[in-house]
Structures are given as structure tokens and as C-alpha cells.
Design a protein around this ligand. Structure first.
Ligand SMILES: [Zn+2]
Length: 446
């Protein structure tokens, strides 16, 4: 820690200034408790220093540049030196090895290849282990199914939402995945997902699902991964120092609590960060795991502190809604949350969620009953009234990468885009059962 603080104070003007303002000198750092004296780094800081203001090495030493999707404004840049690539290869090899991947495996990688770190990161890990990598990237799901079967892939890597797209496509094509394919384990990350979704993916694809965690600002994927006990993700603490803060006050929180995850990179050369705020809400704990690893563990991501919606003054996380919906039964993990504040009215929270095929064929009466139970469950969990609309299976548009789950309409007069449906029709059930939302409470498509 002392070494990295000294290095960035020398090489990165941003950190020189920040550390100077806080009167923090590398030689003053005696223990990990001194971490609290170091100022936090935010995504805004990285954007303000776009593209190479945070780089701590001569530009000539950089051999790879990745970038985050940058859905709002400039992307976050992830530069790597030769040593950073070696580090990344090592932590990605650890990630895959945690799920028992060896050189005998065939790894089908459906994370997007390109600027996004998911595709090339998993490639690097598989090659390091000596497994065969199939760089399928995302999209063309029918062809992916063909390759998965024909090449006999034993490992699947993609976002959890895309894993479900693959499962659905297989079902539509009447492909018995468990009988015709050899998939054994899968590594799913890049978006928050729940235990219910794990069961769904494992059940439908016949594999063991591992949660993985990472971010461009730290290294890409490879920051943390589950072990076969699936009791939290082990953080590669020898490279990435994790701590937990209160997102409101910025105060450090004790191990064992829930808060915002913060990382300091210890060995990264090109783009070291000090106390970087991930905006991910997790639980963090240090008790040794049954597998024998003593690395700190983090829970699944419980939500993004910037995905948190304030509805009628209540904090709402999309993952809370997902968990509640999947507890009800008869609903699929495909949903869209919409928040609106009609003129002179209170906030309204509407959730579109797809029925399972089994529920849908039971007809209107059963669908209504489930809708009713879903509303009751959400009221129980969130303490506010919501409006759940159960949709026909496959009604909502599927994402090939990270799924879009939330549309907050309060800040603007029009949707940035209309809710994306898989088929270009208004939401409805069946012909005669079509329901028109009462005026003033509906979400019109633009
Ligand atoms: Zn473990």
C-alpha cells in the first residue's frame, strides 16, 4: 500500500494533488488503518482525467487499452502494461480454475469481444490455463447453440441474462441441452443477479453456475470469484485491497456489514487506483471459507448505489424486486421496472415481468392470481404499492450483454427509448383478455 501510494503521488498529478490536500505521505502509512486517511476516488475523477490523465507509466509502456461502455458521457479507460496483462492473465486463470477448469476443457466465451473487458479477459484466462477457447462473442444465438453442441463446450462464459437467452433459444428449438450438450460449469458476471436466477440457469442449462466480479477501473473481470461452496466470492486481495464504506457519509464500515465496495489496486502499473468507489452494494467478510481460502469474501452484488431508486421516498433496488418476483412462482427472471411521476401525482412504480410458459398456458385467471401475489410480495418487501403487469413469455426484449432493467421517467418528459419489446406490439395478454390501463396510470409507448 505504501509503495502504490508513493508511486501514484509521483506519477499521477491528480493523486499528487489529492494526497497533498489531505496531507497524506507514503512514508506515514504504517498500517491498513491509515487507509482511511486516503481520499476516495470516484468515477467522476476518472472521467475528468479522460483519457490518460490517471496513467502512472510512460504511454509507450502501455500495450492494451480497454474502455467501459460509457452509456453516459465519456467511457472509463482501462490501460494495461505488459506486467498488467500478466497480472490479468493470472487472476483470470485463478477465476476459471476456481470452477475446476483445466487444459482439457473447451471454453465457449459469449462475452462481447472488443473494448469491453469481458471477452478478451476470459480468453486470456482460458489460454493461460491451456484450455481451448471458442471466442463466440455475443449475438447470433442459434449459431451459438450449434457451436456449443458441435464443439462439445464444457464451460460457458457470458452475462447471466444472456445465459437465459441461450436457454430460451434452446427450448424454442427443442434442443435438450442436458442430453445433447456437455456444459459443466458457467461463469456469469458483469451485472447483478440473484440466487433464484442461479437456480434457473443451472436447471435449464445443466451446469454449475459461478458468480464472477470485476470492473474496468480495477482490472476487468478477475477481481473476485466463487469457490465450489458458492458462499460469497473470494477477492484476489493480494492484488486488490477491498474495503466497505457508507455510501452517504464515506465512513469506513466494519467487516461483516453491507455497504459500498471500495478497491485499492496494489500491483496494477498503468492505471492504479486508490480507494475507488465501485458503487456496488455488497456484504464483505473475512472469516475463512470451508474451501480453505483465507481471502476476504464479498456477497453477490446486492445493487448499485447509483441504480438505487427513490420511490415515494423509499430506497428501492432492482435486485430486491427481482428476488421478490421470483419468490412468487410462475414468473420468469425477465422484467422491466418503470418509475413515473405524473403531473401533480405521487411516484408510480410499475413492473413488467414475464410469466413462465407453464403459467401462461393456465390462462387469464391464474395469471391474475400470480399478478396479485406479486403485488402483495412487493408491497411486503418495499413497503410501497406497485403495479405488476404479468406479460406473455418472451415479450420483453432480450439483452445480449448487460440487461436494461430500469426506466426512470421522472426526470424527463419522454422516454429516452420506448420500452423495448421482443415483438412490435402493445403489451397485452390474449385478444379478449387485453387490458387497457386506467388513464393517468399507464405508461405509453412513444
Ligand atoms: Zn471458498
Amino acid at each position: 500500500l505504501r509503495e502504490v501510494v508513493g508511486r501514484v503521488a509521483q506519477a499521477v498529478p491528480f493523486y499528487a494533488k489529492r494526497l497533498g490536500e489531505g496531507n497524506v505521505r507514503a512514508e506515514d502509512i504504517q498500517s491498513l488503518d491509515d487507509l482511511a486517511r486516503i481520499p476516495l476516488t470516484t468515477k467522476h475523477d476518472l472521467r475528468d482525467n479522460y483519457p490518460f490523465g490517471m496513467v502512472a507509466v510512460p504511454i509507450d509502456d502501455i500495450v492494451r487499452i480497454h474502455a467501459s461502455s460509457g452509456t453516459t458521457g465519456k467511457p472509463v479507460v482501462g490501460p494495461y502494461t505488459r506486467n498488467d496483462m500478466t497480472l490479468w492473465a493470472e487472476v483470470m486463470a485463478r477465476t476459471l480454475a476456481s470452477g475446476g477448469v483445466t487444459r482439457k476443457d473447451i471454453v465457449h466465451n459469449a462475452y462481447g469481444y472488443g473494448l469491453f473487458t469481458g471477452g478478451l479477459g476470459f480468453s486470456l484466462g482460458a489460454e493461460t490455463i491451456g484450455a481451448a477457447i471458442v471466442p463466440a462473442s455475443s449475438g447470433l444465438t442459434k449459431r451459438q447453440l450449434m457451436l456449443l453442441e458441435d464443439f462439445g463446450a464444457t464451460v460457458l462464459c457470458c452475462t447471466p441474462s444472456y445465459a437465459l437467452v441461450i436457454a430460451e433459444e434452446a427450448q424454442a428449438e427443442q434442443i435438450d441441452v442436458r442430453r445433447r450438450m456437455k456444459m459443466r460449469v458457467g461463469f456469469f458476471g458483469a451485472e447483478p443477479w440473484t440466487e433464484a436466477m442461479r437456480e434457473e440457469i443451472e436447471g435449464r442449462l445443466g451446469l454449475e453456475a459461478y458468480d464472477v466480479y470485476g470492473l474496468t477501473e480495477v482490472i476487468g473481470p478477475g477481481v473476485a470469484v466463487e469457490c465450489p461452496y458458492h458462499d460469497g466470492m473470494h477477492i484476489n486481495e493480494d492484488h486488490f485491497l477491498a474495503e466497505l464504506i457508507d455510501p452517504e457519509s464515506g465512513e469506513r464500515l466494519p467487516m461483516g456489514s453491507v455497504g459500498e465496495l471500495v478497491f485499492t489496486t496494489l500491483t496494477r502499473e498503468a492505471a492504479p487506483v486508490l480507494r475507488y468507489r465501485t458503487r456496488d452494494r455488497v456484504r464483505l467478510w473475512t472469516e475463512p471459507c470451508r474451501c480453505g481460502r483465507t481471502l476476504a469474501r464479498m456477497s453477490k452484488v446486492l445493487g448499485r448505489t447509483d441504480d438505487m431508486l427513490k420511490v415515494k421516498g423509499v430506497n428501492v433496488f432492482p435486485t430486491q424486486i427481482e428476488e421478490a418476483l421470483l419468490r412468487v412462482g410462475g414468473l420468469a427472471p425477465q422484467y422491466l421496472i418503470m418509475v413515473d411521476r405524473p403531473k401533480d401525482q405521487l411516484d408510480q412504480l410499475e413492473v413488467w415481468v414475464e410469466a413462465t410458459a407453464e403459467l401462461w398456458v393456465q390462462g387469464e385467471y391464474q395469471v391474475k392470481a400470480v399478478e396479485h401475489r406479486a403485488n402483495a410480495e412487493l408491497h411486503q418487501v418495499l413497503g410501497i404499492h406497485t403495479r405488476v403487469v404479468v406479460q406473455e413469455p418472451k415479450k420483453l426484449e432480450r439483452s445480449l450483454g448487460k440487461a436494461v432493467r430500469v426506466m426512470d421517467r421522472r426526470a424527463q418528459t419522454r422516454w429516452p427509448h420506448a420500452p423495448r419489446l421482443a415483438s412490435p406490439v402493445q403489451p397485452q395478454r390474449t385478444g379478449s383478455a387485453m387490458r387497457t390501463p386506467p388513464p393517468g396510470r399507464s405508461f405509453h409507448l412513444t
